[in-house]
Design a protein around this ligand. Structure first.
Ligand code: FMN
Length: 205
């Protein structure tokens, strides 16, 4: 599939068929981590792949999907046959940026980052995962929960230094009750391009 076609299909799809994702597809999707950039090549990104139906049910429960369904939504977390947790590990950045070649550049002090690169890099990986799923002819979505560190520590045994940024849901698409003209259900709220893209310098409105 051409990149522009993948991109045109990119949306958070909130309805999945329950049939399992082929192992070769899972493998190609998770291997995108090998193409993910990272500050200083620190490689602080991690994925946890969950296909086990009981664990997926427990994750959906912990996220409170039942109350979402009770208020009229479809149980897309429960149905999605593939859950991929995307995680950031800040400690890998401290390890990397205190290596000799980095300290040589900074005169012996550890770099301070302009923003937390571990979250930047995990976000970049999240996008690769979502797009790779579309390239496999599947649909994908990304969800978060305010308590996700605690939830995934308990359910998936994350180490203390590993912070989940959110969960990618992947599967064959079912008809999405939220789809609006084939794009985001919030398409009508989309900010005009001129508001978000600034040419040469930031212009005031
Ligand atoms: C960091 C992040 C967290 C999100 N969390 C949720 C979520 O918890 N539940 C959900 O249904 N959608 C979630 N979304 C999806 C957004 O609502 C969606 O991207 C936005 O409405 C634009 O729609 P589109 O991605 O389909 O174009 C999240 C998206 C991002 C980037």
């Amino acid at each position: 599939m051409e990149f522009r076609d993948v991109l045109s299909r990119r949306r958070m799809h909130r309805a999945f068929l329950p049939e399992p994702v082929a192992e070769e597809s899972i493998e190609r999707i998770v291997r995108t981590i090998r193409r993910a950039p990272s500050g200083g090549f620190s490689q602080g990104q991690n994925l946890v792949v969950v296909t086990d139906p009981d664990m997926r049910r427990r994750i959906a429960e912990a996220f409170g999907e039942e109350s979402y369904v009770a208020s009229g939504g479809a149980p897309f977390m429960l149905t999605a046959p593939l859950h991929i947790l995307v995680c950031a590990d800040e400690s890998k950045y401290h390890d990397r940026y205190t290596e000799a070649d980095k300290l040589e550049v900074t005169g012996g002090v550890e770099t301070t980052w302009p923003v937390p690169y571990w979250f930047v890099d995990a976000g970049a990986l999240m996008m690769l995962i979502l797009l790779a799923a579309i390239d496999e002819g599947l649909a994908s979505a990304f969800v978060g929960h305010p308590e996700q560190k605690r939830i995934f520590d308990e359910l998936l045994g994350l180490p203390p230094e590993v912070v989940p940024i959110g969960l990618a849901l992947i599967g064959k698409p079912a008809a999405d009750p939220f789809a609006e003209h084939g794009t985001s259900r919030l398409a009508s709220r989309r900010r005009p391009l001129d508001d978000v893209v600034h040419r040469e310098r930031w212009r005031s409105a």
